[in-house]
Design a protein. Sequence first.
Length: 291
Amino acid sequence: MTEVTPYADPVAPSALPAANARAVYFQWGSVVSGAIVAASCFFVATAFATAIGLAVSSASPTWRDTSVGLVVLSGAWVVLTAIGSFALGGYIAGRTRLTWVGSPDDVHFRDGLYGLVVWGLGIMLGVALACASASSLSPVRQATGAADTAASEPSFLTYEIDRLFRSDNRPSADDPGLRAEAGRILERSLDRRDVSQDDTDRLVHMVSARAGLAPAAAQQRVQQIVAESRDAAHQARKSAIVLGFTVAAALVVSAAAAWGAAVIGGRHRDQNITPSMVFGNRRRAPAYTAP
């Protein structure tokens, strides 16, 4: 009679006794690994979205005319990217940590807590990378000197300032100080119902001297640009609100995704389940028949 010897069951994952649970409540290797993977995936996906034009906000004035569909698509990309990245990081943390012997509720809570810590550490890594990128530009700004900082114009009003001084007889060289002063006057008028007479007269004089317009034409242009600047500021505020709510929603939902994925990873760890790397149904290994 032929003897049938099935494959031996996989070796059960190593477990930590309950007596040592307090000393190794967190295995930081698993947490840091999951956080690094989550932050890296989110960074790559964000860079890809920026390359194909799915950025949530933009410094370009054309962002004001962006369609609602593109705004929704950009926000959905950020949310889905955050969910996928932090879910992957949470799964890695829950799957790679050692099994702890305890009640099912306690194991479930510990696995979920690992995912939550991965989420928090991943956000800290992202903030650190953003601060490092911003600080790398400081030497360039310091080299330009303080005068350039004082002569800078509001970026979201650049187009309006261009229109304010537009002329066929425009001089060959721009005057950054003049543009910066006009930008500050326009920026001050954004939160006021009416522009002060002194500021209005100053803008009219600047436009008349720079663009070569008659005082009446310069007055009409100033009034039009002030109204357009207020519209531009309103659109910029709306963009900032959309950006803030989108990022906040993405972070909240990704925290829940990291928790749930870590719990799933812990379940796979305890049941010794290895996710298949190929598509299709998983099949049990056939029994081995001895010759």
